[in-house]
Design a protein around this ligand. Structure first.
Ligand SMILES: Cc1ncc(COP(=O)(O)O)c(C=O)c1O
Length: 353
């Protein structure tokens, strides 16, 4: 995956930053933030999963071997033989925008289905990538079902969540996120830091958390804390039930990327066994985390800051040792700029995407 991503035009590792205000607030020695607010010029980490999954799915369609990685320009030429082809995805914002960007790059159309309550800024961002956007009455989960129903020979569904009979693409999405952890290894060395002892991971369908579980399991003793919005805590409900359960909507958290009523079945075995704690938080916890990250110069959107929100909210129960090295992945920048400014204050111009 890293070989694929690092070969794409515009590749740069996202920064790993020290966050002294965050460390103070958590009462720990060190807080590090992997800042995903600019990934290939997009304001979230999601393009890592979408790009790798699309690459793999198109190679499969064309019967091209995944390795060695071939340039996207070459793949685009091969695609001319099987047009028309449209990429279809459901999203609560970031994944769909990334799929739309990739489709345009590959010379394909994209059709992105969104819950009808999605804020205009996120809708506009998806359309600006060249997508046809369809609002679906209901929740993100309703949009997922509607997208799944569109699959045929000319409509390739690129979902970051899975369901019965549809597992390959969402597994590639999880694999794609491993570029974050690949970069971390070098960046921790460069900062002279040891491996994190505590990692907070925000959970929507659980694909991102699954990638972080794989990473944390290579390091004995790392404590992994999952974080969800209180009214869309589908992983927590499933862990309590011992099997996957749906948390019915409406899901109205400002943490839009985490507003999911169903955890992904391919992520479930890894995440349910790999988390040490799981915390459900309110919107105010996310807002507090956004403000705190801003004090350390990090622009983090509602879903991006949720991991830190969980550590702040659960601090008493988690009893983080003062010697801890905490890692937070700020998975998005200000994807709803006016909401960001209402919560935090004026957005630095350079990040106002
Ligand atoms: C910014 C952000 N962070 C985290 C997540 C959670 O990822 P996953 O749905 O894989 O759990 C999302 C999902 O859309 C997101 O947009």
């Amino acid at each position: 995956m890293f070989a694929f991503h690092s070969g794409l035009a515009g590749y740069q590792a996202t920064p790993l930053l020290r966050a002294p205000s965050v460390a103070r607030a958590l009462g720990v020695a060190t807080a590090l933030v992997k800042d995903e607010s600019d990934r290939f010029g997009m304001p979230s980490f999601k393009i890592l999963g979408a790009s790798w999954a699309i690459y793999c799915a198109l190679c499969e369609l064309l019967s091209v071997s995944l390795e060695p990685v071939i340039p996207l320009t070459q793949l685009r030429q091969l695609l001319e033989g099987i047009q028309p082809l449209e990429l279809v995805a459901a999203t609560d914002g970031n994944h769909g925008r990334a799929v739309a960007r990739m489709a345009t790059l590959m010379g394909l159309n994209s059709h992105i289905l969104v819950p009808d309550e999605m804020v205009p800024a996120r809708r506009r961002a998806i359309v600006a990538e060249g997508a046809r956007l369809t609002p679906i009455q209901g929740t993100y989960d309703d949009a997922v079902r509607a997208a799944a129903a569109l699959a045929d020979n000319h409509h390739l569904v690129i979902s970051d969540t899975s369901w019965e009979g549809y597992q390959k693409v969402p597994t590639w999405v999880i694999d794609g996120y491993s570029t974050i952890t690949h970069e971390l290894a070098t960046q921790l060395d460069a900062l002279g830091e040891r491996a994190p002892t505590v990692i907070a991971v925000q959970i929507g369908v659980g694909a991102f958390a699954a990638a972080m579980v794989r990473y944390a399991h290579q390091k004995a003793g790392t404590v992994l804390v999952g974080v969800e919005p209180a009214d869309a805590a589908c992983m927590l409900a499933s862990i309590e039930a011992g099997h996957l359960v749906e948390v019915a909507g409406p899901h109205r958290s400002i943490m839009a990327g985490l507003n999911c009523g169903n955890a992904s079945p391919v992520a479930w075995p890894l995440v349910s066994r790999g988390l040490d704690y799981i915390v459900a938080i309110d919107d105010d916890d996310a807002r507090r985390a956004m403000r705190l990250l801003a004090q350390d110069g990090i622009v983090s959107g509602e879903s991006g800051a949720a991991g830190l929100g969980g550590l702040l909210a659960g601090r008493r129960q988690l009893k983080l040792p003062p010697t801890s090295t905490v890692l937070i992945v700020s998975t998005e920048g200000a994807t709803d700029p006016s909401a960001y400014e209402r919560t935090v204050g004026r957005l630095p111009d350079v990040r106002a995407r």
